[in-house]
Design a binder for this molecule. Structure first.
Ligand code: HEM
Length: 451
């Protein structure tokens, strides 16, 4: 036993290669003549040790190889990141025009002004916890603007708002007029391709609305620069607003590296006024309205998104509110549009369920390539709660979502004004669905967020 320990500790010493170490060890073993009892020890201790030694050796080599591989792949990642950082470091407030051309969209499949229904966005999630996030997803270029059989109502509501409130709902600052012209040009190119039964390009580069008979033909000379910049900017924002169902806002980067709301055609906002928000930075727009957790959860991500957004990217998000009257343009039940202190929490309390409406915005963000302004579209979908509660899973999921709001979100969305009536109704409708055999475990197979 002693001799084995002696031999074992002395033989494989040295710092040669793995093979020479092994050879030394084997030589020692070779010259050694053990007793039968020592043979047993040899089998029991020495061979497992050699085996362990070899296994460990192989493992260390593999580890080294992996380390080498990961090191050699790092420089590529770093250089891509560096390129991105350099791009992001362009001088704040200056945008070198991009040569990017927005792809020509294919026609919307089987689109019809009478038959195509509004998309049923139902962007609420089960509780128990409501998470505040930007909630962004990629939007394909062809889906930039969504139109459907509610177009005539939106078109006439917008026309009425322009007639009634003109300067209060369409505003343009000199800095944003050129971007407004670019926005209209983008729409004039996109809409006739996407909705050929509704729009037609004119020979002079304008656009005809085949349903309303409007012709916006005299737009090719507009630049949004010079003395008439604001006048032209307002004109093009109005035309843009009349063409589509969305409201529009343009965010312009200034040398202080912040984005400002400097042009808007906000005709159907429901609960906020362009006159209050015009000229505000992205942060002020949200903090002035006490958007829940803006500073903690949204500010940094939004800053980075705006700074880095490339013309070839487009993102979207959906939100939702409960409104207790049926007015799309302005929710009169929260107070008059000219009252300063209105919000969802000033709505009339406990109105009957027939007056409850589901209000949901689909918003998109894309950067206009020439001017670099960020275009924000806001399309509001508006339906009676009673109608959407007939859809499978909707009453149960909406009730769960409403219960998941923390105090801040509940206050922002005005839950105290309608919560009791709404939840009682949703619980009843959910119960009915369960009783008629709706399989709750199969919901994920039928629908995915934000539908
Ligand atoms: C990534 C972009 C953005 C995100 C993540 C975001 C997020 C939010 C959130 C969470 C709210 C609360 C209501 C809701 O749930 O939607 C809100 C409200 C609002 N946002 Fe944004 N927003 C974005 C961009 C913009 C832009 C570009 C504008 C410019 C017009 C804007 C204007 C507003 C206004 C006016 C309100 C209502 C504030 C109030 O209650 O007074 N947002 N936003």
């Amino acid at each position: 036993m002693d001799s084995i320990i002696t031999n074992h500790t002395t033989a494989p010493s040295g710092s040669g290669t793995d093979t020479s170490k092994l050879n030394q060890l084997l030589d020692t073993l070779h010259s050694y003549r053990p007793t039968p009892q020592q043979n047993l020890y040899l089998i029991a201790f020495l061979f497992p040790s050699i085996l362990l030694y070899l296994i460990n050796n192989r493992y260390q080599k593999q580890k080294q190889r992996q380390k080498h591989l990961s090191l050699s792949s790092k420089p590529t990642t770093t250089s891509t990141e560096k390129q991105q950082v350099l791009k992001d470091r362009r001088e704040p407030g200056k945008w070198p025009p991009s040569s990017y051309v927005f792809p020509t969209p294919p026609p919307y499949p089987d689109w019809s002004l009478t038959e195509t229904k509004a998309l049923p966005y139902r962007p609420f999630r089960y509780g128990p916890v409501y998470h505040t996030t930007m909630g962004l997803r990629t939007v394909q270029p062809e889906n930039w603007i969504e139109l459907d059989n509610q177009y005539p109502k939106y078109h006439s509501d917008k026309a009425a708002r322009i007639a009634e409130r003109g300067d209060k709902v369409i505003m343009v600052a000199p800095e944003a007029a050129e971007a407004a012209v670019e926005l209209l040009q983008e729409l004039v190119e996109y809409l006739p391709e996407r909705y050929p039964s509704l729009f037609r390009r004119t020979e002079k580069g304008g656009i005809d609305n085949l349903w309303s008979g409007e012709s916006f033909d005299d737009i090719s000379g507009l630049t949004g620069t010079g003395e008439k910049a604001v006048e032209e900017g307002r004109k093009v924002m109005e035309i843009a607003a009349r063409l589509i169902q969305d409201d529009l806002a343009l965010m312009v980067e200034r040398p202080d590296d912040q984005y400002y709301l400097l042009a808007g055609a906000v005709l159907l906002p429901g609960f906020w006024r362009l006159t209050d928000k015009f000229g505000m930075s992205l942060a002020e727009l949200h903090t002035s309205g006490d958007v829940p957790q803006y500073k903690e959860k949204l500010h940094k991500g939004m800053y980075n998104l705006f700074r880095r957004l490339r013309p070839e990217q487009m993102v979207g998000r959906n939100n939702y509110f409960i409104q207790v009257d049926d007015s799309l343009a302005w929710s009169w039940s929260i107070g008059s549009e000219d009252d300063t202190e209105t919000s969802w929490s000033t709505a009339e309390k406990n109105r009957a369920i027939d007056h409850h409406y589901f209000r949901s915005e689909r918003q998109t963000l894309r950067r206009l390539p020439k001017t670099g302004a960020v275009c924000f579209t806001i399309r509001t979908y508006f339906e009676p709660i009673k109608a959407i509660a007939e859809e499978d899973y909707v009453p149960g999921r909406l009730a769960s979502a409403v219960r998941s709001w923390g105090d801040d979100v509940a206050k922002y969305k005005g839950k105290e004004r309608y919560g009791e009536v709404l939840l009682e109704f949703l619980d009843k409708k959910h119960q009915e669905q369960v009783e008629r055999g709706l399989d709750l475990s199969r919901e994920d197979e039928c629908r995915a967020y934000p539908f």
